[in-house]
Structure formats: structure tokens, C-alpha cells
Design a protein around this ligand. Structure first.
Ligand SMILES: [Zn+2]
Length: 477
């Protein structure tokens, strides 16, 4: 038991070494374990349960906008991948190839999907003939493979889970509307379910998706001041349609190319949740996506009536995801485990509480202890879960605001990026050259041109030419 307790308490302090803290939390909260396949991880039940809730919430939001789910093959013939020039250039360096089926060499090698635009194009080409076949609004939940060199749990691995939506529309305007609609779905999901505030905006040409006309992104700020691209949505215009020959007969009896979009969110979101909300005791999981929302912990459980009271409390909380920890480990161990796993509320009930007809609720996020009559537990827990969800978003918003800085000139860029403190907002002339210069000099990337623009100054801080856009810059995961 002593060893177990040590396991729970032993994580690196986030102020000392954030990277190590992150890895420790992933392992000790039992979310992942390393596998013998290089660059791939096992998502353990505690981690996968979070992903299932992410899927559930996001899928419901998708379906409310008319999205249907489908499933396409995991293999892409090389000839198909090569049809769209920018796309293949963007992905070729990191695809895995299948060259044999059994003992037989294949006449054409297949890549394992790094993303499925080309497959959806091939499928839509056969489905779409008339304007009556439009729009097509499909999504698939699947895994993809990208042969990354460096890997980290949830943030970067060779195989990861995600959803990818792919749509086809009659006009560019309809595609644009869908692209922005899905970005808003992601932003709402991240803010309201994950308690992660985001900056919505457009990627610069340098940072946009391979083959896209426009890429929109939601960018979040982690506790250590690094940015994390949390989801993206792309408008392809008719570029893919032209490469794949996807045409429909319009009401005018003429042939037109379709306009397409794609949009995705991955298991990185779990990494974001860890790095936005976690603390030195482990995970802090927002109530809406917590696999266990309340754990009831009996104290001196061998004393008469205590265990029954704990089961009774759990029963009264059946509207929530609740668990009673009746194992024979010490209460101290159980408290530490609840903190490590980020369970939003623990209920403590011991012989003295029982006598007084009350119990103690402890919030994971603030550690606040609240006495509560046993008969009021269900109402109080419901209220507290809402409060915790709201408070977590408010704290993350405050962190984002306090870690967003402004640069009027190069000196302020240098000053703000000496250490990684957060986002830096600055004006930009729109030239690739200035973007490259900032990237090289300060080791940062343009995160997005936010939809909510501000006029910090009239000139580009790098070249002095008139400024066109305000850009968020940051060091990113
Ligand atoms: Zn410039």
C-alpha cells in the first residue's frame, strides 16, 4: 500500500519541468501507457472514457447541423493520393506505405490514410451527378497514421484518433458557410464542454492546410504559455473537385464543379485539457467530460453503518456518473487518487458525519470543503458540478487574457518571446517574408489572423509597410 501511495503523490512539479509534469500526469492518472510499437501509445480505459465523452458531445453537435457518419477504407492507392499536387506534397513525407498483401507484392502501393480527402473525393465522384445530390455532409470517426519522428502522449503519435468531416456543396459560398459553421461548433464544444477558451481565426497562407483555399483554426493557450491548435476547418473551393473531376449538372443544365470542405478534431484535445486545467496534484477534468463526476469515499468504513450510508449517497446521485470507492485502501490514498484522476467532486462520509446526518463535499478544482446534509447531497452535487464547469472556464479565460501580450516593434517581440509566456498580438503587412523573419528570429509561428481584429498600429513591426492584419503569434505544441 505504501508503494501505491508513493505512486500517486510522485509527480514532477509543473513549475519545475512542465514537460515532465505532463508525462507524469498522463502515466500516473492511468490515461496511457507506452507500447512496444515505436511512436504509438495504448490509450487505457481512464483515457479512452474521456475520448468517448468527447465523441458523444461533439457527435451530438455535428448531428444537430445535419452531419451523418460514414466509414471509408483506411488504405489509399498511391495514384489517388497524387491527384492533388499541394495535398500530396504536404503529406508524402509522413505517410506509411503498404507494399505487400500476404506474400504478394502489390502492383500499386497503398498508403495508410494520413487524412481522407482523396478517398472522399473518389467516393463523391461516384455519388454526385446532379444538384439534387448536394450537399453531401459526412463525417467519420477513425484513426489516421502520420510517421512522426518525435512523439508525446496525445500530442503527437504515429497513429491517433480523430474525426474528419468532408462535405461537398454547389457553391463556394455554401462551402464557406459550412467551413465557418463547423469552426463555431468546435469553439462552442471546447468552451462549453471542455472549459477551454479559444481564439477563432484564419491561418496565413504559409500555415494553411495542404490543398486548401482557406484554413480556419481554434487556438488555445496552455498553462505553460504554449499554443495548441485545437481544431481546424478548411474550405477547398473547387480545387479538389477539379483534380478529381467531381461535377454536377446544375439547374441551368450546365456542368459545375462542387466546392468542398473538411474539418477535424483529434485526441490532442485530451492533451489540451490536461495542460489547461491540470495542477501539481494531477488532472482536473471538467464535469461535462469527466468519466466519473463524483466519487464517494467512506472513512472508517468498517464502523457500523458507514458503508451503507456511502452506498445510499451514491444511489441518490444516480443522475450523475458516480462511483463508491469501497476498496480497503486508506482514505488518504483514495483522496490522492481522486485528485490525480481529476474527479470533480469527492464525498467524504465517516461515523461522526453519519451521526450528524451530514457529509463533506470536496471540489477537485479549488479543494474547497463543503458540509452538506445527507438528504441534500443530490441537489448540492448538481449545483456544484455546474459551478465547477463555469469556474474552470472562467479561470482558463483569465489565464488567456493575462498571457496575451502586444508587440508594436521588434524589441517588444524579443522581450515577450524571451521566455514562452503566451500569445503575442502584432500587426502584419501580409508578406510571407516578414512572417518567415518573425518565425526564424523569435522561434514562433503565426497562430492565426483572429476574426476579431484590432488596430494595434498602422505599420508592420518588421518592414514598416502598411499593416493589413493583426496576427496572434506563439510557440506551439
Ligand atoms: Zn512586413
Amino acid at each position: 500500500m505504501a508503494d501505491n501511495k508513493k505512486l500517486v503523490s510522485e509527480i514532477t512539479s509543473m513549475d519545475e519541468d512542465f514537460t515532465q509534469w505532463y508525462t507524469d500526469v498522463c502515466i500516473k492518472a492511468d490515461l496511457v501507457s507506452y507500447s512496444n510499437i515505436k511512436g504509438c501509445m495504448v490509450i487505457k480505459p481512464a483515457g479512452y472514457a474521456i475520448w468517448e465523452l468527447i465523441q458523444k458531445h461533439l457527435d451530438a453537435r455535428f448531428k444537430a447541423t445535419g452531419v451523418q457518419n460514414a466509414y471509408l477504407p483506411m488504405f489509399i492507392p498511391e495514384s489517388l493520393l497524387q491527384k492533388e499536387k499541394d495535398h500530396v506534397e504536404g503529406f508524402a513525407p509522413e505517410v506509411a506505405w503498404v507494399t505487400h498483401g500476404g506474400m504478394e507484392p502489390l502492383t500499386e502501393r497503398y498508403c495508410v490514410r494520413p487524412t481522407s480527402e482523396t478517398l472522399f473525393c473518389d467516393y463523391y465522384k461516384g455519388e454526385i451527378h446532379s444538384y439534387k445530390d448536394l450537399p453531401q455532409v459526412l463525417n467519420q470517426w477513425c484513426s489516421v497514421v502520420r510517421w512522426e519522428k518525435e512523439t508525446r502522449p496525445f500530442l503527437r503519435s504515429r497513429e491517433f484518433l480523430w474525426q474528419e468531416g468532408h462535405t461537398a456543396h454547389a457553391t463556394f459560398e455554401e462551402a464557406e458557410e459550412r467551413t465557418q459553421q463547423m469552426l463555431n461548433v468546435y469553439a462552442d464544444f471546447l468552451e462549453n464542454d471542455m472549459a477551454i477558451p479559444v481564439i477563432k481565426g484564419q491561418k496565413t497562407d504559409k500555415e494553411k492546410f495542404a490543398g486548401a483555399e482557406a484554413t480556419y483554426t481554434v487556438e488555445a493557450l496552455m498553462h505553460d504559455g504554449r499554443a495548441l491548435q485545437s481544431a481546424t476547418s478548411h474550405n477547398f473551393g473547387d480545387g479538389f473537385a477539379k483534380a478529381f473531376g467531381i461535377q454536377y449538372a446544375g439547374k441551368d443544365n450546365q456542368l459545375h464543379y462542387v466546392n468542398q470542405t473538411s474539418w477535424g478534431l483529434t485526441t490532442r484535445t485530451i492533451g489540451a485539457m490536461i495542460m489547461v486545467h491540470g495542477d501539481n496534484s494531477g488532472l482536473v477534468v471538467p464535469p461535462k467530460i469527466a468519466p466519473i463526476q463524483v466519487v464517494v469515499i467512506p472513512i472508517q468504513q468498517k464502523k457500523e453503518g458507514v458503508l451503507d450510508a456511502a452506498y445510499g449517497i451514491a444511489k441518490s446521485l444516480s443522475d450523475y456518473r458516480v462511483k463508491t470507492d469501497d476498496t480497503d485502501r486508506t482514505p488518504g490514498f483514495k483522496f490522492a487518487e481522486q485528485e490525480m484522476r481529476g474527479i470533480p467532486i469527492r464525498v467524504e462520509i465517516g461515523p461522526k458525519d453519519l451521526e450528524a446526518g451530514k457529509c463533506v463535499l470536496v471540489r477537485r478544482d479549488t479543494r474547497e470543503k463543503i458540509e452538506c446534509a445527507i438528504s441534500d447531497v443530490a441537489a448540492k452535487v448538481g449545483e456544484l458540478l455546474d459551478q465547477i464547469q463555469n469556474d474552470m472556464l472562467a479561470r482558463a479565460k483569465k489565464h488567456l487574457e493575462e498571457h496575451t501580450f502586444v508587440a508594436h516593434n521588434k524589441e517588444e517581440f524579443a522581450e515577450n518571446f524571451k521566455e514562452t509566456k503566451g500569445f503575442v498580438k502584432a500587426m502584419w503587412c501580409g508578406d510571407r517574408e516578414c512572417e518567415d523573419k518573425i518565425k526564424e528570429e523569435f522561434n514562433v509561428t503565426s497562430r492565426c489572423m483572429p476574426f476579431e481584429q484590432e488596430n494595434i498600429s498602422d505599420v508592420c513591426p518588421i518592414c514598416g509597410k502598411p499593416a493589413k492584419k493583426m496576427v496572434y503569434w506563439g510557440r506551439a505544441y
